[in-house]
Design a protein around this ligand. Structure first.
Ligand SMILES: [Zn+2]
Length: 131
């Protein structure tokens, strides 16, 4: 039996004495136990989240321009990982940039586009040609 159920049973017994001061104190105790129980759950969730992040930190490696995980052929968004420790798979699709459509990797979370290396070099060359 957990602490919450235990204290509730004791509170039910104490109420039979009809002692106002004792009732007030057991109600306070019940509330404190509930608060502690909620805090414990929150901390357990935080520990789980940190353990997941720690495992990902160990398993993800950077190979420009993405983060990768061994055995997973889909890369992860470097922006999301480096800014928020969020491992988000990028998807491959088309980006309508002005009148031209480019094939690019896109992050479904932060919407960042990543172009394949050859296309990036072409875009950089095109942008710097008029100088
Ligand atoms: Zn992202």
């Amino acid at each position: 039996m957990g602490a919450v159920e235990n204290v509730k049973e004791v509170a039910d017994l104490i109420r039979k004495f009809n002692d106002i001061d004792l009732n007030r104190r057991i109600v306070n105790l019940e509330n404190e136990v509930l608060d502690l129980s909620r805090d414990k759950r929150r901390l357990e969730e935080k520990v789980e989240e940190l353990e997941r992040t720690l495992k990902l930190r160990k398993d993800l490696y950077f190979y420009e321009p993405f983060y990768w995980m061994k055995g997973d052929t889909t890369p992860y968004c470097p922006r999301c990982w480096e800014a928020q420790n969020a491992a988000v798979h990028v998807t491959f699709g088309h980006d309508n940039n002005g009148n031209q459509a480019y094939s690019a990797w896109q992050c479904p979370s932060c919407q960042q586009h990543y172009y394949p290396k050859e296309l990036r070099q072409y875009l950089i060359a095109s942008a710097t040609q008029g100088r």
